[in-house]
Design a protein around this ligand. Structure first.
Ligand code: PEP
Length: 263
């Protein structure tokens, strides 16, 4: 199985100074070093990608096959569907690549909610990001109402199927899925790891209906109030291949501790 992927999503938080402070904690005494069995990335606000990338290139690299690699990668929180042109205010996948980005969050519930991103738009983003050879992270998950009415699987199936219907199953090759129940985001709710496992298993089975090889390979992260107390239990679940961490990643000491408990 692949290494777990741990991503810190800083959302709309930080200043130059705060981010520099966080990064210096990261590299202090080389707390986090290159580890083959764990992948780590940070998703700062897009305006700070360059700042973070320069820092990581200077302080968090290793050589493999005579090539320099970052052992902490960059993730973008958003991307546009267009690669260039008259689209004021937008940021393209090509630009993200130019800034050293590896992963891109797509369809995060906050974008679906506040920016009315629909499934067609989300599917287009996945296609564009893959064209540039970045790795899309498709965020899916049910709201409180769906959860209460027992419709979690139905919602996740719809969010996956609508992408497959628009782009084909190949869209999920080398794509990551993040299962994030909306009712557990940003509020400290501890979701039962067994529940998380059952939904991750369902997601894998849904992909397997179209392609068993992709289903076997696909990495499925969990996100929703992950913290120091629940991270390990969640990662111990068979189909949980990583964590997408919001609030707890804003405190660099906590984020580091979470990563250290995995070792
Ligand atoms: C998120 O929004 O991706 C997230 C997981 O946030 P939090 O960890 O704060 O619930």
């Amino acid at each position: 199985m692949t290494s777990p992927l741990i991503i810190g999503n800083w959302k709309l938080n930080g200043t130059r100074q705060k981010i520099q402070e966080s990064l210096s904690i990261l590299t202090k005494e080389k707390i986090i070093q290159y580890k083959k069995h764990i992948d780590v990335a940070i998703a700062p606000p897009i305006v700070y990608l360059s700042l973070v990338n320069d820092y990581l290139l200077k302080n968090c690299t290793y050589f493999s096959n005579q090539t320099k690699h970052k052992y902490i990668e960059l993730c973008a929180q958003n991307v546009d569907i267009n690669l260039s042109g008259a689209f004021t205010g937008d940021i393209s996948a090509a630009m993200l690549k130019d800034l050293g980005v590896k992963y891109v969050l797509i369809g995060h519930s906050e974008r679906r909610k506040y920016h009315k991103e629909n499934t067609t738009y989300i599917a287009k983003k996945i296609t564009t990001v893959k064209k540039i050879k970045l790795i899309p992270i498709l965020c899916i998950g049910e709201n409180q109402q769906d959860y209460d009415s027992g419709s979690t699987q139905l919602t996740c199936a719809y969010q996956i199927d609508s992408v497959i219907n628009l782009t084909g199953i190949q869209a999920f090759k080398n794509t990551i899925i993040a299962y994030e129940p909306i009712w557990a985001i940003g509020n400290g709710i501890n979701v039962c790891p067994k529940h998380v496992q059952s939904i991750h298993e369902f997601i894998r089975q849904r992909i397997a209906l179209h392609d068993t090889h992709i289903a076997k390979q696909i990495l499925i992260q969990y996100g929703g109030s992950v913290n120091l107390n629940n991270a390990i239990q969640l990662l111990e679940q068979k189909d949980v291949n990583g964590l997408l961490i919001g609030a707890a990643s804003l405190n660099m000491n906590t984020f580091i501790q979470i990563i250290q408990t995995i070792e």
